[in-house]
Design a binder for this molecule. Structure first.
Ligand code: NAD
Ligand code: ZN
Length: 241
């Protein structure tokens, strides 16, 4: 990997935030063990019972609001500052990469800290940690019902953010996939395409995933510890300076 420092892109998922106390969707202690996704993270569910969906989101938002970025988040931000990392393409909606200081962050699935009007389409930034108090938040412009500006099951990823992610991947030689099950499409097409184009996939995950068989290197363990070990190697290796 040494000759490729500076041409690395990180592809992250819920697992990078697990050590911050934010449950993942899949895997042990996954959110889905207690809630049925089809009742909560779909446009149909929101139409049927927006109060229930908002109450789940407000719970998740409060959880995230009280969380700190993990060691892995901070290391990625530091690598970007040092010019070792091109940026982060994340499936997470929690905003912890930005909190840790990462500047180039592409949020494929939107942000839990932004809302969108279901009537006029306006978007509003809430700011990290600001959980709406109302049971059913309303648009300040038209009074329409607001929803979390995240990509739900069955919804399209925004073309702009996907193109931006593809552009970042095209400049990378190494893809560092951290804490993702690789089960969500089209996000997971990014590392899959990268491997098809001859790029090196390095996986950081305590478990086997859909991407494992494509990875040239599989680092099994929690992201904080593994990235900590990688960071020590980077410190020792002066060849990138
Ligand atoms: P996922 O829930 O499908 O998979 C989580 C992965 O993280 C698993 O492979 C698991 O083995 C791994 N993992 C668990 N603990 C880890 C650790 N300490 N270090 C490294 N890896 C660890 O998550 P996904 O692949 O991101 O896809 C599901 C969808 O979940 C995404 O679209 C995302 O929007 C959404 N999501 C986001 C958050 C968040 O923003 N924090 C939380 C839950 C779900
Ligand atoms: Zn509106």
């Amino acid at each position: 990997m040494r000759e490729n420092w500076g041409r690395v892109v990180a592809f992250t998922g819920a697992g990078i935030s697990a050590e911050a106390g934010i449950p993942t969707f899949r895997g042990e202690n996954g959110l889905w063990r207690r809630y049925r996704p089809e009742e909560l993270a779909t446009p149909q569910a929101f139409r049927r019972d927006p109060r229930r969906v908002w109450s789940w989101y407000r719970w998740r938002m409060s959880l995230i609001a009280g969380a700190e970025p993990t060691r892995a988040h901070r290391i990625l931000a530091e690598w970007e500052r040092k010019g070792l990392l091109l940026g982060v393409v994340t499936q997470n909606v929690d905003g912890l990469h930005q909190r840790a200081g990462s500047r180039r962050v592409i949020e494929l699935h939107g942000s839990i800290w932004r809302v969108r009007c279901t009537k006029c389409g306006s978007r509003f930034d809430l700011g990290f940690g600001n959980v709406p108090e109302e049971e059913l938040p309303r648009c300040a412009l038209c009074g329409g019902l607001l929803r979390p500006d995240v990509v739900w099951f069955g919804e399209q990823v925004s073309t702009d953010s996907f193109l931006e992610a593809q552009e970042l991947f095209s400049r990378a030689e190494v893809v560092l996939s951290i804490g993702t099950s690789g089960a969500v499409m089209p996000a997971s097409m990014l590392p899959i395409d990268a491997v098809e184009r001859g790029k090196i996939l390095v996986e950081v995950n305590p478990e086997e995933t859909n991407l494992s068989s494509l990875a040239a290197v599989r680092l099994r363990g929690p992201s904080g510890r593994i990235l900590g070990e990688l960071a020590s190697l980077v410190e020792e290796d002066s060849s990138w300076r």
